[in-house]
Design a protein. Structure first.
Length: 550
């Protein structure tokens, strides 16, 4: 009898112990298991599960271990699908993309006649609008690869101001009504731009800063209209797996609006805001310094070195192969770049400069070098770095300058870049691998809406050096292709590093924010031609599902 009582007592103790161990499981808000997790940590480790609490990663490990260790309010069976850190676009124009949703979409037009057709359709849908605007045309995609003139726009829209922006944002076509409102004549000089005239008659073509003369006359939408556009655009961003976007070149008003919407919970996207170097921006931020919240970082200025290659505004060391009398132009004076670099260094702001042509890249690299002196942790960037003379490439490493590139630019431009640069110089364009080797990293972006918002398109272009048609078969200048690991790092941890945010995001490690994306196929193993077809199953930001079935 005594032995039986002892046995029952022991059994009771074991039961209590088991109950205690169950109740002592660590609490989590979210547990995703049965996943193919790419942590993108330094060792590029893989895992099966991720535990999240209070928007941060608790632990990454095997499904069995984490399910035993954690009790989660929500559990998600990933069914073996690949899971990656939230994707980061290292150079884009989110605010501009949102505003563009209000304009005629001219992307993919195959002729100027199709451009006009889309404008007419847009006007029929919005007959009350004071202006007719559109964006996305590219004469290089047309059978007749010449810049259009305003004649047809004058005939069809004599009483409505019209302006349509080229896909790269560095040239526009305006009708006479718009030119008159802006006070543009063939004799008006423009610093950092060009007003085209033939036989003293305006063609309507405006390059770089000349376009600003017209855009400044377009009425600004209300705060409510802008806010709604931003919220709608955000859903498109989450749908392609992006959780952080670098917005390049913003006024203080846009930054303030981002901050306000984020704090109210109306905008969830993380934004790294590059300021335009306007007097207002400089005065405020030089005085108050960088500004950082959980979802917004403001510590850099976006500067324009030159224009674009497609509109021949890129500043080259030698003339364009197809325009022997033109070399492009800088958008500011050399002294202005030097003065701004000294100011930004003094006030501890990052300088991020758009440079396309080899002359612009050389000037900006040397300007940076004169201030940075040698190796450093300022992380100053050159945006695009499209055409770099081989003699200048080592300057990226010498001064710790980060080349921030957009892989889809290479596969969009490859059809005509050789015409602009010639067969020898084009070999020094879009040299991603050579640039990566300078600092052992290269942040990747898209420059949307210049290119598509989907970061997987850039991933494909980076590794296959092919476009959506999987052309060319052997890849465009494939010697500068990136590996898949490099491409994934470029759109996660290296992009985070370029934003001074590598300790908060960019990899799936304990203590970092729980930003991640689940895809329906593994971009690290599938055939290259299938990458652009991969779909996002769900996107999480701070452990909250922001895209996918609820």
């Amino acid at each position: 009898m005594i032995k039986k009582q002892n046995y029952l007592g022991v059994a009771a103790l074991v039961g209590l112990s088991l109950l205690s161990s169950c109740s002592q499981k660590n609490q989590a808000d979210l547990l995703v298991y049965n996943a193919n997790v790419y942590t993108v940590n330094q060792a590029f480790d893989k895992a099966q599960a991720i535990a999240v609490k209070d928007g941060k990663i608790l632990e990454v490990g095997t499904s069995e271990a984490l399910r035993q260790k954690y009790e989660a309010a929500q559990e998600v069976d990933a069914q073996g699908k690949p899971l990656y850190p939230g994707l980061i676009d290292a150079h884009a124009h989110f605010y501009g993309y949102a505003m563009n949703q209000r304009e005629a979409d001219l992307v993919g037009t195959t002729s100027f006649a199709e451009v006009v057709q889309r404008l007419q359709e847009h006007r029929r849908k919005h007959p009350e609008a004071a202006w007719l605007s559109g964006r996305g045309w590219d004469q290089n995609d047309w059978a007749v690869k010449q810049f259009p003139t305003k004649d047809t726009l004058d005939q069809l829209f004599p009483d409505v101001p019209v302006i349509i922006e080229r896909v790269d944002g560095h040239a526009s076509l305006a009708n006479q009504k718009a030119l008159d409102l802006a006070g543009i004549t063939s004799a008006r000089p423009v610093q950092g731009g060009m007003i085209e005239a033939k036989n003293n008659k305006l063609t309507g073509l405006l390059v770089d800063r000349a376009s600003d003369l017209v855009y400044s006359k377009i009425p600004t939408p209300s705060v409510e209209e802008i806010s709604q556009s931003l919220k709608e655009a955000e859903q498109n961003i989450f749908a392609v797996g992006l959780t952080t976007v670098v917005d390049a070149g913003l006024p203080k008003s846009a930054v303030d609006l981002f901050d306000s919407l984020q704090k109210k919970g109306d905008l969830k996207l993380r934004i790294y805001a590059m300021l335009s170097p306007t007097p207002e921006n400089k005065a405020h931020f030089y005085k108050n310094g960088p500004y950082t919240t959980d979802r917004l970082t403001v510590r850099s200025f976006k500067v324009y070195g030159d224009g674009a290659l497609g509109s021949r505004g890129a500043c080259l060391l030698h003339p364009y192969a197809d325009r022997p009398n033109e070399t492009g132009f800088l958008l500011e004076t050399v002294q202005e770049y030097k003065d701004l670099a000294a100011e930004l260094y003094q006030h501890n702001f990052q300088m991020n400069t758009h440079a396309i042509g080899d002359s612009a890249n050389r000037l900006i690299l040397q300007t940076y070098g004169n201030v940075l002196k040698g190796k450093n942790d300022r992380r100053w960037r050159i945006e695009h770095a499209q055409v770099v003379n081989p003699a200048d490439v080592p300057l990226f490493g010498k001064y710790s300058i980060l080349p921030s590139v957009q892989p889809t630019h290479a596969t969009s431009d490859m059809y005509w870049a050789g015409e602009r640069l010639g067969l020898d110089r084009v070999k020094h364009a879009y040299a991603f691998k050579a640039l990566l080797e300078q600092n052992n990293m290269i942040p990747l972006g898209s420059d949307f809406p210049v290119e598509h918002i989907n970061p997987l398109f850039g991933f494909h272009s980076a590794v296959a050096r092919q476009d959506a048609k999987n052309y060319p078969a052997a890849g465009f200048q494939r010697e500068n292709a990136l590996t898949r690991e490099q491409a994934l790092r470029g759109t996660t941890i290296w992009a985070a590093y370029a934003n001074f945010e590598e300790k908060q995001k960019g990899s799936l490690e304990p203590g970092k924010v729980a930003d991640f994306v689940i895809l329906d196929q593994d971009i690290m193993t599938i055939k290259p031609e299938a990458i652009r077809e991969v779909k996002v199953i769900s996107t999480y930001l701070n452990g909250e599902k922001v895209y996918g079935q609820k």
